[in-house]
Design a protein around this ligand. Structure first.
Ligand code: 5GP
Length: 188
C-alpha cells in the first residue's frame, strides 16, 4: 500500500485554518487524518479533550519531549504545542494523508526531518481583516489578541519555505484550492 502523505498546514491564528479544515476533513477522496496535538494551553470554551487537543500539564509535556514522543514541538504565545509521532506514523502506514495544523517553527522542524512533506500556508487578505476576525472570535482577552496580531505580522515575513501559499479571501475558493493541491500531490 502507498504510504499516506504528510501535510503541514499552517497560517496565522484567526486566518480560518480551522474552518477550511472542517470542510476538507469529510471529503472521502482526500482520505485525511487529523493529527491531534498536545498542548499546555487551557481549553477554550467548546474545545474537547482528545478532539481538539490533548490538554496536558507542563510536566507531562516535558516528559513527552524527553521521551522523544513528539515529531516536533514549539512554544507559541506562552504555551507549548507538539505533534505526537506515533499516530502520524500509524496513519501514514495505513495509507491515510495526515494533516498537521501547526505553527511555523514546528513546520520547519517537520520539513527538515521529512523533506517530502507537503506544506501549505494560509494567508489573510490583510492584517486589518485578520484583526477583525480575531476580535469577532473574541475567545481571548485584549492582551492575547494583541500578542497574536504582533506574532502574525512577524510570522508572515518568514513563510517563503512553504511550497504553497493560499489566500483565504473567499472561503469556498480557499477550500477548493487546498483540495486541489492535495489531490495533485496524491496523484503524483
Ligand atoms: P491555538 O492556541 O490557536 O489553538 O494554536 C496556536 C498555534 O499553535 C496555531 O498556529 C496552531 O496551528 C499551532 N499549533 C497547534 N498544534 C501545534 C503543534 O502540535 N505543534 C506546533 N508547532 N504548533 C501547533
Amino acid at each position: 500500500m502507498k504510504k499516506g502523505l504528510l501535510i503541514v498546514f499552517s497560517g496565522v491564528s484567526g486566518v480560518g485554518k480551522g474552518t477550511i479544515l472542517s470542510q476538507l476533513m469529510p471529503m472521502e477522496d482526500l482520505n485525511l487524518a487529523y493529527s491531534i496535538s498536545m498542548t499546555t494551553r487551557k481549553p477554550r470554551e467548546g474545545e474537547v479533550e482528545g478532539v481538539n487537543y490533548f490538554f496536558v500539564s507542563k510536566k507531562r509535556f516535558l516528559e513527552a519531549v524527553k521521551n522523544g514522543e513528539l515529531l516536533e514541538h514549539a512554544r507559541f504565545v506562552g504555551n507549548d504545542y507538539g505533534t505526537p509521532k506515533e499516530y502520524v506514523e500509524k496513519m501514514r502506514e495505513a495509507g491515510r494523508n495526515v494533516i498537521l495544523e501547526i505553527e511555523i517553527r514546528g513546520a520547519k522542524q517537520v520539513l527538515e526531518k521529512c523533506p517530502d512533506a507537503l506544506s501549505i500556508y494560509i494567508v489573510p487578505p490583510s492584517i486589518e481583516e485578520l484583526e477583525r476576525r480575531l476580535r469577532e472570535r473574541s475567545s481571548e482577552d485584549e492582551e492575547t489578541i494583541l500578542k497574536r496580531i504582533s506574532k502574525a505580522k512577524q510570522e508572515l515575513k518568514d513563510i517563503d519555505f512553504y511550497e504553497h501559499i493560499v489566500c483565504n479571501d473567499d472561503l469556498d475558493k480557499a477550500v477548493e484550492e487546498v483540495r486541489q493541491i492535495i489531490l495533485d500531490e496524491m496523484n503524483k
